[in-house]
Design a protein around this ligand. Structure first.
Ligand code: ADP
Ligand code: MG
Length: 245
């Protein structure tokens, strides 16, 4: 497959004090690709995600989004950030706004849409994640799985070029994990470019084009799921897989 790079990290480095949390990271994510990032706790997966939309500044190296270097600050950065949808472990919905308002807000504020236009788009997306009937409710009236699906709809409402998921199902009760993974599977099938940090190996096997395995701030393996799961090369990956599979 000819790679049409959407995200390109080149020799990215970052420290937290003494801790070298991202070490010479080189990573390209092609348009329409689904890359699953796995690795032990503390290996730098969240920091990597946060660096991609510059929630974390980096010290050296470059990050490009659709060919453009990430701007340092100001309006250009805000514009670029709007191209990157982010879904976290904690859903971060506004508690005092309805589901519909949660999905519409950013469209009006950041994308400059008219409110009726934003609401129409929100209803469309809520329908897509199976929550059309929940629009007038408040987040606290929804289950964790439903709240996370609202968070996904909210991110999609900005028409991002890429979606980053950082352990989107880790805070959910087991019976709610699948409803969120199914929405993500559907997105992947529709061709959305996705970077997904997850411990859900079933999702990695079925949806990922590539698995990136991180340990101690480095990318240790970057291969197809078939190769990675059947024949991990590094001792770190073998050790990790033996603990979770
Ligand atoms: P992962 O998501 O793989 O569990 P993180 O990227 O969250 O890893 O963290 C990598 C390492 O960086 C951990 O040791 C963590 O304690 C440390 N770390 C993360 N954020 C900060 C921060 N803001 N300040 C200092 N250390 C941090
Ligand atoms: Mg993390």
């Amino acid at each position: 497959m000819a790679v049409d790079p959407l995200i390109e990290l080149h020799e990215v480095n970052k420290h937290f004090g003494e801790l070298h949390v991202l070490q010479d990271i080189n990573l390209t994510v092609g348009r329409g690709e689904v890359v699953v990032v796995i690795g032990p706790s503390g290996s730098g997966k969240s920091t990597l995600c946060r660096a991609i939309n510059r929630l974390e500044p980096i010290e050296s190296g470059t990050i490009r989004l659709d060919g453009q270097l990430l701007p340092d600050e100001g309006k250009p950065l805000a514009r670029l950030r709007a191209e990157v949808g982010m879904v976290f472990q904690s859903f971060n919905l506004f508690a005092h706004k309805t589901v519909l308002q949660n999905v519409s807000l950013g469209q009006v504020k950041v994308r400059g849409r008219r409110k009726d236009e934003a609401d129409r788009r929100s209803r469309e997306l809520l329908d897509r994640v199976g929550l059309a009937s929940q629009a007038p409710k408040y987040p606290a009236q929804l289950s964790g799985g439903q709240q996370q699906r609202v968070a996904i709809a909210r991110a999609l409402a900005m028409d991002p070029k890429v979606m980053l998921f950082d352990e989107p199902t880790s805070a959910l009760d087991p019976e709610m994990i699948n409803e969120v993974l199914e929405v993500m599977q559907q997105l992947a099938r529709e061709g959305m470019t996705m970077v997904v940090v997850t411990h859900e190996m079933g999702f990695a096997r079925s949806a990922a084009n590539r698995v990136v395995f991180m340990a101690d701030g480095r990318i240790v393996e970057d291969r197809s799921p078939e190769e990675f799961f059947t024949d991990p090369r590094s001792d770190r990956a073998k050790d990790f897989l033996s603990k979770i599979l």
